[in-house]
Ligand binder design. Structure first.
Ligand code: PAF
Length: 282
């Protein structure tokens, strides 16, 4: 695996590959890689000739009181995992390389829908930071395909919409949620969960599954379902961010006659904010 810290270095190699007609797959990450990320790399490997991964902890998508400074940075271990998973190029820029003019005057990419609800409601500016950095990464790598995990369902929906609205010639693909044996969705932030909390955090996934089963059984009182699920999570000792039954495409609150439904949830442990989601077709 070749490692690049500059836009220019990566572009030089990718331009040669492109001239040879090779298809380029891209997996953007913030590092602290787990099996979920590696599954994205393997998926990219299957449908592309060249696989590029980026590791960049993007300050622009973190709020002032969020965990940018303590976000786990595990570069050497990540490199080993990427090599083993078959990644060809790693792009690992520093802040100056990505934002040479500084963050304050950086041009932004804004998606005006779906970004101020759910995670966007409790993390103002987060999705603007995501769409801006992903656009920059897309321009740097110019991939044929980019792959994102369904665990960040709202992020995936926003990026799809951005790519469509801005006519980006990139196939946006998704990969299933990777889970621990007990069902906890894999996340780089799971390392913030304490030993005492760990057996209890599956309440988030269990609550989403319970709502899905109720809906499939014909219950359409979505807000009552959300409230019952929230009470269950609070009872387990966690703070709720949201539990919401949505239309899978628009992320609007689900309507009674919606066929594609996604139930999304976020809760706080002592030091982590965990998210999960479940989609059903009726
Ligand atoms: O999902 C992530 O890890 C990040 O939001 C992404 C897409 C790499 C942008 O910084």
């Amino acid at each position: 695996m070749k490692v690049f810290h500059t836009v220019r270095g990566l572009r030089d190699d990718l331009n040669k590959d492109r001239r040879q007609g090779l298809r380029i797959g891209f997996v953007p990450t913030m590092g602290n890689l787990h099996d979920g990320h590696l599954a994205l790399i393997k998926q990219a490997r299957e449908s592309n000739d060249v696989v590029v991964c980026s590791i960049f902890v993007n300050a622009l998508q973190f709020g002032l009181n969020e965990d940018w400074d303590k976000y786990p940075r595990t570069y050497q271990g990540d490199c080993d995992k990427l090599r083993e998973a078959g990644c060809d190029y790693l792009f690992h820029p520093d802040d100056i390389e990505m934002y040479p003019n500084g963050l304050d005057t950086q041009s932004r990419v804004i998606c005006p829908t779906m970004t101020d609800v759910l995670c966007g409601a409790s993390r103002p500016g987060h999705f603007e930071g995501v769409t801006t950095v992903v656009s920059k990464l897309f321009n740097i790598v110019q991939p044929d395909e980019a792959i994102f995990g369904i665990k960040d369902y709202q992020q995936l929906a926003v990026i799809r919409r951005m790519a469509e609205d801005l006519c980006m010639p990139i196939q946006i693909s998704s990969a299933p949620i990777h889970r621990e044996v007990d069902g906890l969705a894999m996340s780089s932030r799971n390392s913030y969960i304490t030993v005492e909390e760990r057996p209890l955090v599956t309440v988030l996934k269990d609550s989403l599954e319970w709502i899905a089963a109720e809906i499939k059984a014909g219950n359409r009182d979505f807000s009552a379902l959300e409230e019952t699920a929230k009470a269950r999570i609070i009872e387990a000792g966690f703070k709720i961010d949201y539990i919401t039954v949505c239309n899978s495409k628009t992320l609007d609150l689900a309507a009674n006659d919606d066929v594609e439904i996604t139930i999304l949830g976020a809760m706080f442990t002592e030091a982590a904010r965990l998210i999960d989601n479940l989609s059903i077709t009726l």
